[in-house]
Design a protein around this ligand. Sequence first.
Ligand code: LUZ
Ligand code: MOS
Length: 752
Amino acid sequence: MSKRIDDIYYHVRGQSTFIDDLPEPEKTAHAVIFTSPIAHGKIKELNIKKALQAEGVIDIITYQDIPGENQLGSIVMDEPMLAEEELHVIGQPIAIILAETPLQGRKARNLIELVYEELEPVVDPRVAFEKGKIIAPPRTFALGDVDAAWDQCDVIVEGRADSAGQEHLYLETQISLAIPGERENFKIYSSTQNPSAVQKIAARVLGLPMNNVEVEILRMGGAFGGKEEQANTWACLAVMGSYKIKRPVKISLPRHEDMFMTGKRHPYSSDFKMGLKKDGTILAYEANFYQNSGNSADLSTSILERTLYHCTNSYFIPNVKATATPCYTNLTSFTAYRGFGGPQGMFVIEAAINKAAQKLRISPLAIQQKNLLKEGDEFPYGMHVENCLIRRSYEAAAQKANLETKLKEAAEFNQKNKQFKKGIYAMPVTFGISFTTIFLNQAGALVHVYNDGSINVSTGVTEMGQGVNMKIARIVADTFSVSIDRVRIEPTNTSRVANTSPTAASSGCDMNGRAAQLACLQIKERLLKSAKKQTGAGIADTVEIKAEYVYVNDKKTDLGWEKLIWNTYFSRTNLSAQAYYAVPDLYFDKTIEKGKPFAYHTFGTAVFEVTVDCLRGTYQLDSIHISHDVGKSINEKVDLGQVEGACIQGIGWLTMEELAYAENGRLLSNALSTYKIPDLKFVPEIFESEFLEDADNPHAVLKSKAVGEPPFMYGIGAYFAIINAIQAARPDKDIFYDAPITPEKVLMNLYH
Ligand code: LUZ
Ligand code: MOS
């Protein structure tokens, strides 16, 4: 990888720039947001007089100042930008304070007086469901006939599994800079995965057409889904400020404000029932998911959908009925987070398998292996699995981990030790690639070749540290067959590539990489035509570009890239191209909940070994072995980073990351002193990942596969490895599945 295109080279030197590094334009004002102190209630009186007179305050904006619609919603219109009367959550924006400095803004914020009437908050999705506070009616995915199947089962287990939310903890907090131009035009720099959404919603709030708003993002310092929808808020608040005072306005959330004001992964509370044959064959599975959606819909309904898609994970089960409901609560609006509801669905079926294994007195791994998907098996959503690699990856991971030996050694260890117990678990993952919202599966690109031979690429994808720009540069360089040093990736900008989908659903490179490739191919066709003329080759001769030179009938000519480009330009030929890609053959019929929502699936398996201290409840990861399917990797280091990073992030979700709320809905874990994520010391000494070989994917660019989200779900395996160790100490104990499994919960599971 060339240094020029390699983000890591600049990141580690602190030379990459983020929005906060942009020089602030002259007269930039700083916005500080006054928010609701209560989780549920009504505004009786809002008094901003004193705050307006505070030092450095330029203006204070409330909902009455909004020229367009006071509405940020994109699926359900239930999210006012600034509260009018009703308050639904602590941290809900009420007023924008514009000041010369952030500190002056914060001081003025303390002077705002709010009189309110407090109402009882709801924080539990099951309570919300009982009260009828739901965003949409329940949806059910079904296959076969569960009700008829229970009679044929040798054992049936039932239980409950809860998984908590998760803070994104992107390194760069939410930030936006809005700059007013002439004639009500605005340029917004936003740390967003979704520039076109920022553009659309900012235009809506201002009551302007979309072509008055230009949105740009060079890169984010992490996002993980937290900026798929929820960057909109801060960009819209900033542009509202700049509209009102006709000055540039910047919003940059301090860490603790970001932590309590922004959305997180959805907590779920779920019931399951599983029926099996004695040999471990699963005959029937029923699940009921209560999604804690928070105080506004945001992307909750789409996330809920993916929970249903992935509720049977990598297993074929002939009879399935899974129901899910998005429930309003007075907590932060939960949002997209790596895996997008999939992890929550997969967690529950692993809990069911674990419980069934205990009852059958067989290993949960035996149940997994018995029921892994086979080529052609049907998912509850009607799609059949193709090019299925789950068994291969399971076997490869087992072999790499020496699973048989490990199990034997762990059993011996557990016999000999009372205080320390080892646990082992394998986690297979099958994840569907494509936006389940079908219209989002489209992308565009704009490529310019300048007449000195350098190449400039714009697509709709956003770089958030996942390395997509390096992959796209590789695709472009390979398509032209030139050095990657010639390629530059532009910041993502709504004026260069329009109507973009969010960089999400792991599909950023698949779709935008393909669009970039198609644009390059258009230019390349013109270049080859011109090369034919330039070399005097005949109609029957084959002309190619290989490693920066034109070849005629496989013979190298002295026509190099730069000369080829200049001559082509000189003969008045277009060296720019725009291209578009839509993923083919996707459909879904919601009336029957069947279709083909995914271009393909990705597969992989991780094997975990842990040691639990049954006296203290603490635990340590001993080893992780992963066999993962990335198709034909475009950039192995980038893909490896995604696989291992996602795995650790998934482990964090279910082990140490604990969102603590007070009964009144206040987030208590709103700082890094009270919210712990995995660090280097937590990562096991033995952490080995490999890619499945000979797993080329026919459905994505350069035979690659999407990699961003699927490995997140490996983390579920660490949770059940810990459970497995607990069961070694207490084989007959009724386990409660309530993630994250903090040391307190280990002890409660052992002794309570
Ligand atoms: N966003 C979205 C996503 O709008 N639809 C999806 O299916 C999806 N999947 C994963 C992550 N983000
Ligand atoms: Mo997403 S959870 O932004 O792919």
